[in-house]
Design a protein around this ligand. Structure first.
Ligand SMILES: NC(=O)c1ccc[n+]([C@@H]2O[C@H](COP(=O)([O-])OP(=O)(O)OC[C@H]3O[C@@H](n4cnc5c(N)ncnc54)[C@H](OP(=O)(O)O)[C@@H]3O)[C@@H](O)[C@H]2O)c1
Length: 238
């Protein structure tokens, strides 16, 4: 997981600026730290794509589910990818790339053939994560087996981060603390899993601090490993 944010909240446009008055250093450090993981892709939720990359949506009226939900690997794809978790197939693409990275869309099997045709025409790859598009373990399996990925960066927003957390699929957490404040109650946090008030999305998971490093412009980078309880060690402290 990579993230650039202050202690809790996620919306950079709401943070107070650092002493030097610019967020450029935070953005540069965020990209540099991401590069250090040697990942093959960045994973993002549809909400982040709509907010930060493209707000264009595919018209969905009157469409029926495709009869053949089969993984599609667009020809000539290579390099670092952006994987978009877009269960209902809402994002409209002008071409195969978002911010220079070729896209792989993660969908539910109820998306329409018209939408899949749109993706194929634009050169966007796609795969299916169960009927509702929310089987994250299945999606990671296909990214490994079919797309050859072994290391991926989950880079938000909070809703998709929370879904991965609750599914126990996060191995490491990398937090870049920016010296600024949002301050509003209810502003979105790094993890925004949904559930009843007694739901504990991180239950059975422990963080091990690997490094904490003070960087330029008052930034602090904190890197944790995530340990997951297994049936064998669930009741014994590690
Ligand atoms: N500071 C940072 O580091 C940082 C990083 C990233 C984003 N952001 C900010 O975060 C905001 C967007 O975050 P967000 O939390 O609203 O959206 P998000 O996590 O980017 O996307 C959530 C959407 O992903 C789709 N989705 C697909 N599979 C899912 C699953 N298994 N579980 C849950 N959702 C799934 C759903 O779309 P459907 O509802 O269509 O099914 C859901 O609404 C933006 O303002 C962006 O700027 C900040």
């Amino acid at each position: 997981t990579g993230s650039h944010r202050k202690t809790e909240t996620l919306l950079a446009q709401r943070w107070t600026p650092p002493l030097n008055g610019t967020l450029d250093g935070a953005m540069t450090a965020y990209m540099r730290i991401g590069d250090e993981f040697g990942a093959e892709a960045t994973l993002m939720g549809r909400g982040t794509i709509a907010a930060d990359f493209t707000g264009k949506q595919f018209p969905a009226d009157g469409l029926v589910p495709t009869p053949s939900p089969v993984t599609h690997v667009a020809p000539q794809q290579s390099g670092f990818r952006t994987v978009v978790f877009d269960a209902k197939g809402k994002t409209w693409y002008d071409d195969a790339k978002l911010a220079g990275n070729e896209v792989i869309s993660v969908l539910g099997t109820r998306v329409s053939e018209e939408y899949l045709q749109h993706l194929r025409e634009r050169g966007v790859s796609y795969l299916f994560a169960g009927e509702d598009g929310r089987d994250l373990a299945a999606a990671l399996g296909i990214l490994g087996d079919t797309f050859g990925m072994s290391t991926v960066l989950l880079q938000g927003g909070g809703v998709i981060n929370g879904a991965f957390l609750a599914a126990g699929l996060i191995d490491e957490i990398s937090v870049l603390l920016h010296p600024g404040i949002d301050g509003l109650a209810g502003a979105p946090a790094i993890f925004e899993a949904t559930g009843s008030p007694d739901f504990l999305p991180a239950d059975g998971q422990q963080l091990e601090l690997k490094t904490s490093t003070t960087l330029e412009d008052g930034l602090v980078w904190i890197h944790y490993a995530v340990h997951h309880d297994t049936p064998e060690n669930a009741d014994s402290p590690s």
